[in-house]
Structure formats: structure tokens, C-alpha cells
Design a protein around this ligand. Sequence first.
Ligand code: AMP
Ligand code: ZN
Ligand code: FE
Ligand code: FE
Length: 317
Amino acid sequence: MLWLIIKNSPSYPGRPWATPASGEDATNRMRIDLHVHSNASDGTDAPGDLVRKAWARGLDGVALTDHDTVAGHPEAATAVAGLTGQGDRPFVVVPGVEISCIQGGVTLHLLGYLFDPAEPQFAAELDMLRTDRVRRARAMVDKLAELGAPITWAQVSAIAGDGAVGRPHVARALVAAGVVEDIPAAFVPEWIGDGGRAYVGKYSLDPAQAIGLVKAAGGVTVFAHPGASSRGAVVDEASIEAFASAGLDGLEVDHPDHDAATRERLRAVAAELGLLVTGSSDYHGSVKETQLGAFTTDPYVFEVLAGRASGGQVFSR
Ligand code: AMP
Ligand code: ZN
Ligand code: FE
Ligand code: FE
């Protein structure tokens, strides 16, 4: 509903949901970055700072999609309400999550949006995912110690703070200890890259199960960076088709880890399967180079996506 209010607001600059006439400058159209991380998981910005940064950058919205947690949502919602300084320009925060999944040994990430975070089964699964992240991070620390990399769980835990702990926190401890030069250098076979010497797997959901969980909580789903092969193995097209059959709504085609050819291929897959196409930065703050809003989602697509959801609402000013 809030979305409709914004959409129909006469004060919305440039009526950005309207199709730009040919030759019209499209820069005035609404830009939503549908995938960003805060320090509620492995990003470095607090949720409120992230919202204020996105606002200051001139974006029209962001989706907060921390790994396996919704803990950042309240602070983000408060921050939206407190945004000032740009007249009555609207801004939305889309409540979301990035769910850890696995299929046939291949890890993958599912974005969920506009779900009811209190839906019991959904909440219980997120809880289990976070709990096992702690066991797994501790196990990686133990393996690293055995390999002569002198980091401790206390250090990793201090870096993660209240956030859902993940490999980037372990990587930061390795950088601080001088074991590796930078974060990417930790994601290698010698250390904590997929299947690496000190890698430990974590509890993850079957993708179709995760899609069902989000749907049952009234939300919608987008397969995150489906072609990010630089991070490790990716699933094939037949799997994407199976996810579509399970109710997947969209594919995150425009993403920093996809080259032009991959984006083109995924756009074709989405068209073939009737999936929505989204774009997002996967911003993590200072631990990655990608800037907020590096990729964004077409406003019509977001409208369709949001229109399918019944479990949650955007936070708006
Ligand atoms: P985890 O969920 O704990 O297995 O950690 C996965 C996270 O690590 C991803 O969301 C990325 O933010 C980060 N990551 C994965 N691969 C790399 C890489 N090659 N270089 C830097 N960060 C990475
Ligand atoms: Zn991450
Ligand atoms: Fe991801
Ligand atoms: Fe992400």
C-alpha cells in the first residue's frame, strides 16, 4: 500500500514510474538498489548509515538484504523516517534477506523481500542458519590455527559484533593478523575459499524449500548473482527452471560479479522462464569496492515484484 501512495504521489519528481518518452533523459527515473548488506551481517555500515548514504547518493530506495538475518530492519526503518534535507522526495527501504542455500554441493543465495519476518517456520529457519554460522566460523578458526594462521574466535567475534558471522569476518581477522594482504586473498584454496583447506560448510537450505518458506511468509524471491562463477561453482539452467517452477520470481541479472556476456545470457534465461530481472550492487561497505547503486532495478520491475508480496511493506519517508 505504501508503495502505491508513493507511486501516486504528485510530488514524485519527474513521475519516474512513467515510461520515458524517446529522447527523454532517463536519469530522473527511480533507482532502487535491491541488494545491500549492513553490519547486521558482513557489511561494514550500520543499517541507518546505509540508508542515509543511499539517500545522499540520490537513490530512491534500497533493499536491506543481510545474510540470514533481518536484525537490521528496525534501525533502517527508523533512519528512513528521519531522512531530511531533500524536500519531500520519497525514499523506500525494502525489507529483505539473503538466504544461504545449497544444491548438490553448490552454494547459492536466495534474496527474499517483503515477507512477514515473524512467520514461525521462516523465523525458525533463519535462526538455525545464524546459529550454525557461529559453529562453522569457530571450526574455521580452529582449522586456521592448525594451519599456522594465528587468529582466535575472540578476534573474529569482535569483528562480527552483533552481526551474523561469515567468512568476510574471518578474512578480516586474517588480514589483521598479517596472514593475507587483503580480503579477496583469504578466499583461496589455501585458506577459506570454497572447499579450501580451512573452509567449513554451514547449514544451508534447499533452494526450493527456501522459496517456499519465503512465499509462505508472504514474500517474493530473487535468485542472487546466479552467474557469479568467480566465487565458485554455479547452478545450471535446468536448476533455474526448477526454481522457477518452485515459485521463484526473479533473477538478479545486473550484478558486479556478472560480466556483460553473463548478463546477456541470464537476461535471455529470465525471458524464457518468465522471471523478473533485477539489478543491485550487493554493497558491503568498505570491505568491497562496489559502490551503493552500482546497479539498480527498473522501477516497473520493482512494482511488479512488490505487487506480488503480501507479507511485508516498504519503509518509506
Ligand atoms: P559466507 O556466507 O560466510 O560463506 O560468506 C560469503 C560471503 O563472502 C559473500 O557474501 C561475499 O560477501 C564474500 N565473498 C565470497 N567470495 C568472495 C571473494 N572471492 N572475495 C571476497 N569476498 C567474497
Ligand atoms: Zn556478504
Ligand atoms: Fe550473495
Ligand atoms: Fe549479498
